[in-house]
Structures are given as structure tokens and as C-alpha cells.
Design a protein around this ligand. Structure first.
Ligand code: ADP
Ligand code: ADP
Ligand code: MG
Length: 499
């Protein structure tokens, strides 16, 4: 057992802050790292000490594992927390940290390595009887035999990169005639994006839900599950809204999925916090997708319903302590939702809309948590993920949590850039979301930019028409003639609305 005294967080933004807050509460000194683009970030100000790693691009700053280890040694750091993204799932980094005599707050390099490859992961869990999506359990490269396999599995199929992540490296193939072209593309994309061209085939589940289980293990062989997170509201295979618990998971299903997740963790001698992702079909049968060997973006919803601080648990586990609770000590309290607030323009195909946060006022009140890494007046840099914040709410029921989230969205004031707040509000108000009957196609099926326009009902339209006429009458003397005749024409239309 080694008590951690000084922790370096090898990350930026909201997750760096979130980790350091817990560390401070535990009496642990904190060290932040930053790139030149993040010099004035809240995570830098919050830390006891901070070190600049280099220029803004990640490969010259946050991805410089060796430099981070050097800095840690020089500053007497005894543990490194990698957060998510960046170096968090880099087994070689984990090993170098440990070899340098520093604690890596995460699983062993071996667990990261196995679960970092979707194929190795499938093979590791196969012997434990974990249900897998029908497909191949090895890399495919020979086109004729791959085609044969795809036929056996049945179209549509998905070609996936074994090393893929972040919703990237997947291609849907609807029919055999497209197979060859898609497979060649998938291989070359996998090679360029992940440095590993290995791809495999999975049956494409047409109406799936993504439901994942939070697990926590210690270094003494104990593993527990902290229930599920529903992550089916996605865009381009990336999560946008998450909640816990799921509206469709029964007590029996929760137990079955939880126990399967624990087995997946045990299959790779897992310790620390991890997430076992499942895809669930229309019959509510679940299949193992992959395991993420890190703290997940959406971990707060689990914290809200279990009352556990997952970062504190990660730190205790890293120190070598046994888990402080057993499976039967855990229970679900109420309901929690998280929306990811991105600096993206939902009216313009969700293109990043970076710039200055001219107004930035967070919602407040009971049951509201904002995990963010920005302040008013700051610029959202172009170099990283354009996530501004995670807005999380908790209440006693799903209905109440949805109402609370809508209120919180309405109270969130952001100007200067476009955000996904209005888009998330649209989802929360949608009857399919409210009823719980939705799948990963929700956004494709129901969303279009015009849904963000204000929809006035009849009564409101009449009121507006009346108001417009009044304003026109008052101001007509000061109008140009051309405008006057144009507006007079409109006035007839407005009058018609009034009748
Ligand atoms: P989560 O379920 O935690 O939301 P995501 O798949 O959205 O997981 O990924 C979280 C973060 O990790 C994102 O910043 C994403 O870009 C990054 N990430 C995930 N997998 C990879 C990978 N294989 N390579 C690089 N970055 C990744
Ligand atoms: P990543 O490493 O990018 O997170 P995942 O295997 O977890 O990759 O898949 C990401 C998302 O892609 C899932 O949440 C789901 O929406 C979709 N997906 C993955 N596999 C399938 C499948 N076999 N059928 C249908 N959708 C899938
Ligand atoms: Mg995934």
C-alpha cells in the first residue's frame, strides 16, 4: 500500500479539473500540465503547480508521454492520472509510468493492451460464455473468404477496425456488391487512423441500444458493477446524451448484464474503473461490444445514482486498498441525465463553431452539476475536442430528471458561439425520448435543423400578428416608400391571421 501524496493529471479541461477536485478533497497535492493554448485554463489555475508541455497540437503537448514522466520525476509526483482520451488507453505509457516508479491511476498495461484491441477482447471473453455479436473473431484480409463469412452472418454487416475508438473506423455494408470496396476502404482508414489495418466483421444490428456497465475492481481480485448507463442517443456513433438507469433494463437484465461485465473484467484481471459496453437488440438480448479501460466521459451519471465518487475509488485502488464496499452495498437512487454541450452548430451539420465565450453563465440549483473547463471570455481552442461542458442532473424519477434538465438548459446562457444545447433540448422534449422507446438511430430518424426553429402555436401566431401590425402603424411615417408598400402587403397577411 502506498499513500499517494502528489498527483499529476495528464489531461486538460473538464476532466482534469474534475480529477483534481477529488484529489484536493483527499488531501493530495495536484500538478496540472498544459499546452500553450490552455495557459489560462481553469485546470491550470486550480492545480497547486502547473507545467507547460509545449505548443497547442496534442502530439506536441498532451501526448508527450516521456516528457510527462520526466516532469513528474522532477516534481516529486508519485502518481499520474491519465483522464480519458490522450494517453489513457496507451498501454506502453502505463508501463513506462510504472517502470519509472510512479503509480499509474488505471489498470495494468496488460489489461489495457487486451481490451484496446476489439478482437483480442472478444477472444479473451469468449471462454467465459459472454454473448458476442455474430461475426468474425479474427482479423480478415482475404476478400473472397471475408465475403463468404459476411454472407453467413447475413447483410447488413459492419466492418470494424480492431483498434478503432471514438466512433471512428466503422463501415456499414448493406449488400454484397458493396463489400469489396468498403472493406478496402475500411482497411486503409484503419491503417491511417489507428496505425493498425486489422478489421473484422460484425452483424449490423439494425435497431440497437447502447447500454454499458460501470465496473470497479481492486488489486485483490474483487470486482463489482455500478449498474448501467443508457447511451443510445448518439450522432455518428458518438454519445450525446447519457442516463442512468436505463428505461428498458429490468432487475433481471441488470443483474445479468452486471454479472457478465464483472466476468469481462475478470477475464483480463482488471482493476480500477472500467466500462463494459454492450449492444442490445430489439428483443433486449445483449452482446459484448468492447471494454473501455479508463474513466468514461459519462461517469457522472453513475456517481449521481450510486453516491460514489469514482475518481476517489480509482485513487484508492491505485494505492492498493481493497474496495470499500461490496456488490450488495450498492443501490440505485433516483435518475440522472447528462448532456454533452459542444461548441458545434447543429444547424450546420454540427461543424465545430469555435470562438470566444462572450457570455457564459451556468445553470444552478438542487440536483444540477456542471463539469466544465472554461470561463466567460475564454476562447474554445481548435486543437482539441470541442466539448464545452457536461451538464448533469439528478432527481427522483426519470420524468423529473428530464424536466430538471430542460430547466437547466434554459438557464444555461452561452453567447458568442453556437452550441448543442438547443439540440439536446429538442431530444429531451421528443415523445420517443420521453417514452424511453428509442435506439441509436434517434437523431437520424427525428432530427433536422428546422426542428430548432421556434414552433409557434395558433394562439401565439395571432398574438404576434397583432403585435406586428401595431409596430407597423407606429413606425410607418419613418419607413422608406419601398419598405412601406412591401410591409403594407404583409399587413394584409397579418390581418388575415387575426381573423
Ligand atoms: P466515452 O464513452 O467515454 O464517451 P468516447 O469513445 O466518446 O468514450 O471517447 C472518449 C474520449 O477518448 C474522446 O476524447 C475520444 O476522442 C477519445 N478516444 C476514444 N478512443 C480513442 C482512440 N482509439 N484513439 C484516440 N482517441 C480515442
Ligand atoms: P468505439 O470504440 O468507436 O466506441 P464501439 O464498438 O463501442 O466502437 O461502437 C460504437 C457505436 O457504434 C455503438 O455505440 C453503436 O452505436 C454502434 N455499433 C457498434 N457495433 C454495432 C453493431 N454491430 N451493430 C449496430 N451498431 C453498432
Ligand atoms: Mg465504444
Amino acid at each position: 500500500m502506498h499513500k499517494i501524496k502528489k498527483l499529476l493529471v495528464a489531461n486538460r479541461g473538464e476532466i482534469s479539473l474534475r480529477i483534481m477536485r477529488t484529489a484536493k478533497e483527499m488531501g493530495i497535492k495536484t500538478v496540472a500540465v498544459y499546452s500553450e493554448a490552455d495557459r489560462n485554463s481553469p485546470h491550470v489555475k486550480f492545480a497547486d503547480e502547473a507545467v507547460c508541455l509545449g505548443p497547442p497540437p496534442s502530439n506536441q503537448s498532451y501526448l508527450l508521454g516521456d516528457k510527462i514522466i520526466e516532469v513528474s520525476k522532477a516534481m516529486g509526483v508519485d502518481a499520474i492520472h491519465p483522464g480519458y482520451g490522450f494517453l489513457s488507453e496507451n498501454a506502453a505509457f502505463g508501463k513506462k509510468v510504472t517502470d519509472a516508479g510512479i503509480i499509474f491511476v488505471g489498470p495494468s498495461p496488460e489489461s489495457i493492451e487486451v481490451m484496446g484491441s476489439k478482437l483480442a477482447a472478444k477472444n479473451a471473453v469468449l471462454k467465459y460464455g459472454i454473448p458476442l455479436v455474430p461475426g468474425t473473431d479474427h482479423a480478415i484480409s482475404d476478400i473472397p473468404s471475408a465475403k463468404q463469412k459476411a454472407k453467413e452472418v447475413g447483410y447488413p454487416i459492419l466492418i470494424k477496425a480492431s483498434a478503432g475508438g471514438g466512433g471512428k473506423g466503422m463501415r456499414i455494408v448493406e449488400e454484397e456488391s458493396e463489400f469489396e470496396e468498403q472493406m478496402l476502404r475500411a482497411i486503409s482508414e484503419a491503417q491511417s487512423a489507428f496505425g493498425d489495418g486489422a478489421v473484422f466483421i460484425e452483424k449490423y444490428i439494425t435497431s440497437p441500444r447502447h447500454i454499458e456497465i460501470q465496473v470497479l475492481g481492486d488489486q485483490h481480485g474483487n470486482v463489482v458493477y455500478l449498474f448501467e448507463r443508457e447511451c443510445s442517443i448518439q450522432r455518428r456513433h458518438q454519445k450525446v446524451i447519457e442516463e442512468a438507469p436505463s428505461a428498458v433494463v429490468s432487475l433481471d437484465m441488470r443483474k445479468a448484464m452486471g454479472e457478465a461485465a464483472v466476468m469481462v473484467a475478470k477475464a483480463c484481471d482488471y482493476y480500477g474503473a472500467g466500462t463494459v459496453e454492450f449492444i442490445v437488440d430489439e428483443k433486449l438480448d445483449f452482446y459484448f461490444l468492447e471494454m473501455n479501460t479508463r474513466l468514461q466521459v459519462e461517469h457522472p451519471v453513475t456517481e449521481m445514482i450510486t453516491g460514489k465518487d469514482l475518481v476517489q475509488e480509482q485513487i484508492w485502488v491505485a494505492e492498493g486498498k481493497p474496495l470499500s464496499f461490496k456488490q450488495e452495498d450498492l443501490k440505485i437512487n433516483g435518475h440522472s441525465l447528462e448532456i454533452r454541450v459542444y461548441a458545434e452548430d447543429p444547424r450546420n451539420n454540427f461543424l465545430p463553431d469555435i470562438g470566444k465565450l462572450q457570455t457564459y453563465i451556468r445553470p444552478q440549483g438542487p440536483g444540477i452539476r456542471v463539469d466544465d473547463g472554461f470561463e466567460q471570455g475564454m476562447d474554445i481552442p481548435i486543437y482539441y475536442d470541442p466539448m464545452i461542458a457536461k451538464l448533469i442532473v439528478h432527481d427522483e424519477s426519470r420524468e423529473k430528471a428530464i424536466q430538471r434538465m430542460i430547466r437547466a438548459i434554459d438557464d444555461y446562457q452561452i453567447t458568442g458561439i453556437e452550441t448543442t444545447l438547443g439540440f439536446c433540448r429538442f431530444v429531451l422534449e421528443h415523445h420517443a425520448f420521453k417514452s424511453g422507446a428509442f435506439d441509436t438511430k434517434f437523431v437520424e430518424k427525428y432530427f433536422s435543423p428546422d426542428k430548432l426553429d421556434i414552433q409557434w402555436d395558433d394562439e401565439e401566431q395571432i398574438l404576434l400578428a397583432g403585435l406586428a401590425i401595431e409596430i407597423f402603424e407606429k413606425n410607418k411615417s419613418s419607413l422608406k416608400d419601398s419598405h412601406k408598400s412591401q410591409l403594407a402587403g404583409n399587413k394584409t397577411n397579418w390581418k388575415n391571421r387575426l381573423i
